[in-house]
Design a protein around this ligand. Structure first.
Ligand code: CO8
Length: 373
C-alpha cells in the first residue's frame, strides 16, 4: 500500500488576545447592565437576576487562560457581546479563505511545496461562512492549486475526519497532495452572554499537508500509520443555526441559534468514549497506548485530557506526553489537536509514535496514528 505522510503544518493566529480577566470584566458589566435594566421584574420575582462570572472558575473548570479573536472590541462591548466583522464584496477574498490561505502557505513552505503541487483542498471546520460556493474552492483558486476542493463539517472533529479523507485519497491515487485547512471563527457562533460557556472558544486556522511519501521532499515528515473515525448521535452539543431558520420563522437571535452544550454530560460521556477509541485504534495496529510517545489531543478541557491520558497509560503524565495549548488558545474547535501537533512535535526521534485525536459534537471522535520518519 502507498505510504502517506504529513509533510507540513501551518497556524494562523488572530491579532487580538482576550484574557480571562478582560472577558470576565466585560461579562460582569453586561450582567450589571441587564440587572439594572430589569430591576423591577427582578424585584417582583418575575425574572432571575444574571450572575457574575469568575476568572477563578474558568481557570479551575477548564484550564483556559486566554483566547485569540479576530475582533476584540465587539466581543468586549457589554452592549454587543459578539465580534464586529466587515461584510466583503463577492469579488474580495472572504475572511475564512483569507485565514486559511495564511495557514496553508505556512504548511506549503514547511513541506517545500507550492500551491501548484496541491491537487485537492478540504476545508473542514465547525461552521462555514456561506452556503456556497464551497470555501475550499475559493482557497484552491487563491493558492493556485489544481484538482478539486470541498467543504466538510464534523464540528470539533472536522480536522481529523478530513485528514482521513486526505490519506485515503492519496493512498488510492485520486490525489497526490491534499491540503486540509481548518478556519475556525468560533467567536462568531459562541454565545458570549452565556456564563456557562462564554469563556470556552477562540479563533484560529490550521493547515495540514498530506502527500505520498514518494513525492515528499520535506525535511520533516510523519508517516500516517492509520486513521479511525466514529460518530454517535447526541444533542449534548448543538447549534440550530441553519438555512431553514427563515422559513421556520424562528428568531435568528434565539439562544439555540448559537453554540450550547451540557458541559458536564459531555465531559462524562466523551472521556470514556475517547479513551476506548484510541486504545482500540492502537490495538488494531498491534500497538499499546504506552508505545505512544506523544498524544496531541482535542483541546476543550484540561481535566478531560488528563483523565483520557490516565485511562490510557494508567497514571499522571506531563505536558511532554500530552501537550496543552488550550491555556493560550482556548477551545478552537477542530483546530485544537492540530495546533498541539504543530507547536509540540519536536523532540521525537525517528520511529517514535504519536496520536492526533479530536472529540466533540456529534458525538464524533477521530484519531490519526503517526510515526516520525
Ligand atoms: N463563572 C463562575 N461560575 C460558573 C460559571 C462562570 N463562568 N459558569 C458556571 N459556573 C458555576 C455553575 O453555575 C455551577 O454552580 P452550582 O454548582 O452552584 O450549580 C458551577 O459553576 C459548576 O458548573 P458546571 O457543572 O457547568 O461546571 P463544570 O465543572 O462542568 O465546567 C465546563 C464547565 C468547563 C464547560 C466543562 O463541563 C467542560 O469543559 N466540559 C467539556 C465540554 C466539551 O468538551 N465540549 C466540547 C464542545 S466543543 C465542540 O464539539 C465543537 C462544537 C462546535 C464549535 C462551536 C464554536 C462556538
Amino acid at each position: 500500500m502507498r505510504s502517506v505522510v504529513i509533510s507540513g503544518t501551518g497556524l494562523y493566529q488572530p491579532p487580538f488576545t482576550i484574557t480571562n480577566a478582560e472577558l470576565v470584566e466585560s461579562f460582569n458589566r453586561y450582567v450589571d447592565l441587564q440587572n439594572a435594566q430589569h430591576a423591577e421584574a427582578i424585584a417582583a420575582g418575575e425574572r432571575a437576576p444574571l450572575v457574575h462570572s469568575s476568572v477563578e472558575f474558568i481557570e479551575k473548570a477548564s484550564g483556559i487562560k486566554q483566547r485569540y479573536v479576530l475582533d476584540k472590541a465587539g466581543v468586549l462591548d457589554p452592549t454587543r457581546m459578539y465580534p464586529r466583522l466587515t461584510e466583503r464584496p463577492d469579488g474580495e477574498l472572504s475572511l475564512m479563505a483569507e485565514i486559511a490561505v495564511d495557514a496553508a502557505r505556512q504548511a506549503l513552505a514547511a513541506a517545500g511545496k507550492t500551491g501548484a503541487d496541491v491537487d485537492a483542498v478540504y476545508c473542514a471546520a465547525a461552521n462555514m461562512q456561506r452556503a456556497y460556493p464551497a470555501m475550499a474552492v475559493e482557497i484552491q483558486q487563491a493558492l493556485g492549486a489544481k484538482g478539486y476542493g470541498f467543504d466538510m463539517n464534523v464540528a470539533c472533529s472536522s480536522a481529523t475526519f478530513a485528514i482521513e479523507q486526505a490519506v485515503n485519497a492519496v493512498r488510492c491515487g485520486s490525489a497526490q497532495c491534499v491540503l486540509v485547512v481548518n478556519p475556525e471563527i468560533t467567536s462568531a457562533h459562541l454565545e458570549w452572554k452565556d456564563r456557562d460557556c462564554h469563556f470556552i472558544f477562540g479563533d484560529v486556522c490550521t493547515a495540514v499537508l498530506i502527500e505520498a511519501a514518494d513525492t515528499c521532499t520535506a525535511p520533516e515528515r510523519w508517516e500516517v500509520l492509520g486513521t479511525k473515525l466514529v460518530t454517535q448521535f447526541s444533542n449534548a452539543i448543538r447549534n440550530n443555526f441553519g438555512f431553514l431558520n427563515r422559513s421556520e420563522d424562528s428568531d435568528p437571535n434565539a439562544r439555540d441559534k448559537t453554540f450550547r452544550q451540557e458541559g458536564r454530560k459531555v465531559f462524562k460521556e466523551v472521556v470514556p468514549m475517547a479513551a476506548a477509541h484510541i486504545e482500540a485504534h492502537l490495538g488494531s495496529l498491534q500497538m499499546a497506548p504506552t508505545d505512544v510517545s506523544r498524544y496531541w489531543l482535542h483541546q476543550a478541557n484540561l481535566g478531560m485530557n488528563q483523565l483520557i491520558i490516565k485511562k490510557l497509560v494508567g497514571g499522571e503524565v506531563g505536558g511532554d506526553v500530552a501537550p496543552l495549548i488550550l491555556d493560550e488558545f482556548a477551545n478552537t474547535a477542530s483546530a485544537g489537536s492540530v495546533i498541539a501537533f504543530h507547536k509540540h512535535r519536536q523532540g521525537l526521534s525517528a520511529g517514535e509514535l504519536g496520536v492526533i485525536c479530536s472529540f466533540g459534537a456529534g458525538y464524533s471522535i477521530g484519531s490519526v496514528v503517526v510515526k516520525k520518519q
